[in-house]
Ligand binder design. Structure first.
Ligand code: G6P
Length: 482
């Protein structure tokens, strides 16, 4: 039995099945992995889903990593829950991405997918209930598992349950598109938690606003108590489960500066950096690194770069835009189409402005962390312009790693803007012309100012490294409630 449990869709390890039937495993990185490493591994368990055939085979063969339990959920149920609801509905909702003349559509097919989402959440709740020691702390992650806290609370009222949302939270107004019973299920699912965490107060207050909106229309929920402490309480009353309280808190995840700098100075990064330097040929660089998610606004970023070259022709031949766009969620047609548009627009810009010895955009669609770190080190300008983003750690990573300091062009849509805004060049993510101007300002920023801003950005970026972020949540969860 474990006394600290983490639940997330994607786990810390993934398996690949070779042609000869052998299984190889690969450990992932990220904030949660280093966060959980702060607690005694004897006592902790990570519950995650088997994502592909390799993972499923690993579950069947019983080759589990210690401290990890993978759930082999029926592939169709999993597909409908992950692609059909988490990625196509909840992601679009929280990022305000719907193309409203066409979407969303809440029909019978949606209801079937929602039933799968419920079953997938139930599988997690049951596994956690079975594995948790008396009074254990359970930290549930993200929109994939929004119903888990409520389900788990019913199964195991003794547990301390936390949920952290890594994305934005939908605004109350936008949520009105969703049928009432689904909203109710979603919110009650979340409110099963003792503690709800968000990256910024902006997202947290949207959650509270959604709750208040329900309170008005259903009369099921009651009260809200803002307090002097850095948290808000939501007090609720439900016919079937009585009265309860959920605290809403903010933990602005940052980066581990020492670890990141060490990673960025490994020999393979030095080597990659030397090659990139050759490609760039002493020109200035504008760097962006994103997973190709529809919320990252890569297309408008490229449009802004094109406008920079048009409006400020002095930059032609003098700057290179290094854009890494990692493939993401390629099972979804909208993601494949978006990635293709990014590549096509980069090619258009290269065809329009490129010369024999200058390629204006170097785009990479490989998941290549070594190249990204090398690009971070080379960055004169970092472009981070999402339309809406829970935090955006790239905005925090580049200033920590860039060799000569970089000017950060950052949109108001990124959660990171709350902490980094005053030392960044702020842009409205939809304003392409203003972004082009900000790129120009960034490229011409005097070296002294750039270095000073970068030092302050790096300090803010490392204020809450992953281990602290995780332990703070654990402490709050274990603290006696009043
Ligand atoms: C982004 C979000 C996370 C989310 C993850 C899932 O990184 O910021 O909140 O958990 O995507 O990505 P996946 O590749 O597993 O769909």
């Amino acid at each position: 039995m474990a006394s600290v449990l983490v639940a997330s869709n994607r786990g810390p390890v993934s398996y690949t099945l070779g042609d000869d039937g052998t299984l190889s495993s690969r450990r992932g990185g990220g904030g949660l992995v280093s966060g959980l490493s702060a607690v005694d591994s004897q006592d902790s368990l990570w519950v995650c889903a088997a994502l592909g055939d390799g993972d499923r085979e690993a579950v069947r063969r019983g080759v589990a990593e210690p401290g990890v339990r993978m759930l082999d959920i029926d592939p169709e149920v999993y597909h409908d829950a992950y692609n059909g609801i988490a990625n196509s509905m909840l992601w679009f909702l929280h990022h305000h991405l719907y193309d409203v003349p066409r979407e969303p559509v809440f029909d019978a097919a949606f209801r079937r997918r929602w039933a799968s989402y419920r079953a997938y959440n139930r599988a997690f709740a049951e596994a956690l209930a079975a594995e948790a020691a008396e009074g254990a702390a359970v930290l549930v992650q993200d929109y994939h598992l929004a119903l888990v806290p409520g389900m788990l609370r019913e199964l195991r009222p003794d547990l301390r349950i936390g949920h952290f949302t890594h994305t934005p939270w939908v605004s109350p107004e936008y949520l009105r598109m969703v049928p009432d019973d689904i909203v109710e299920e979603l919110l009650w699912g979340m409110l099963g938690a003792d503690e709800l965490g968000f990256h910024t107060w902006g997202w947290a207050s949207f959650f509270i606003g959604c709750f208040q909106q329900r309170e008005d229309s259903t009369g099921h929920a009651q009260g809200l108590w803002p307090s002097g402490d850095p948290w808000y309480g939501v007090e609720w009353r439900r016919h079937d489960t009585g009265k309860g309280r959920t605290r809403v808190r903010v933990y602005a995840l940052g980066v581990d500066g020492d670890e990141l700098r060490a990673l960025a100075h490994r020999p393979q990064v030095d080597e990659r950096l030397a090659r990139l330097r050759e490609e760039v040929g002493g020109r200035k660089t504008i760097v962006r690194v994103d997973r190709t998610e529809l919320s990252k606004n890569i297309l408008r970023g490229l449009m802004a770069y094109r406008e920079l070259l048009t409006e400020h022709p002095e930059w032609r031949g003098e700057v290179v835009h290094l854009a890494s766009a990692y493939p993401s969620r390629q099972d979804l047609e909208s993601y494949r189409a978006y990635t293709a548009s990014v590549v096509a627009l980069a090619e258009e810009i290269n065809a329009e402005f490129g010369t024999d010895d200058w390629q204006p955009v170097l785009v990479s669609v490989e998941d290549d962390f070594t190249r990204s770190l090398a690009a971070y080190r080379l960055a004169d300008v970092a472009l981070v312009n999402p339309v809406r983003d829970g935090m955006n750690l790239v905005a925090k990573e580049i200033p920590v790693v860039s060799d000569a300091g970089c000017a950060l062009v950052l949109s108001t849509g990124a959660g990171a803007h709350r902490e980094l805004g005053k030392d960044a060049l702020t842009v409205d993510p939809f304003d392409v012309s203003a972004t082009a101007e900000a790129l120009h300002t960034a490229l011409t920023m005097p070296a002294g100012e750039r270095a000073e801003r970068t030092a302050r950005l790096a300090e803010a970026a490392t204020a809450l490294p992953p281990q602290r972020w995780f332990l703070d949540q654990l402490d709050a969860l274990r603290a006696p409630s009043d």
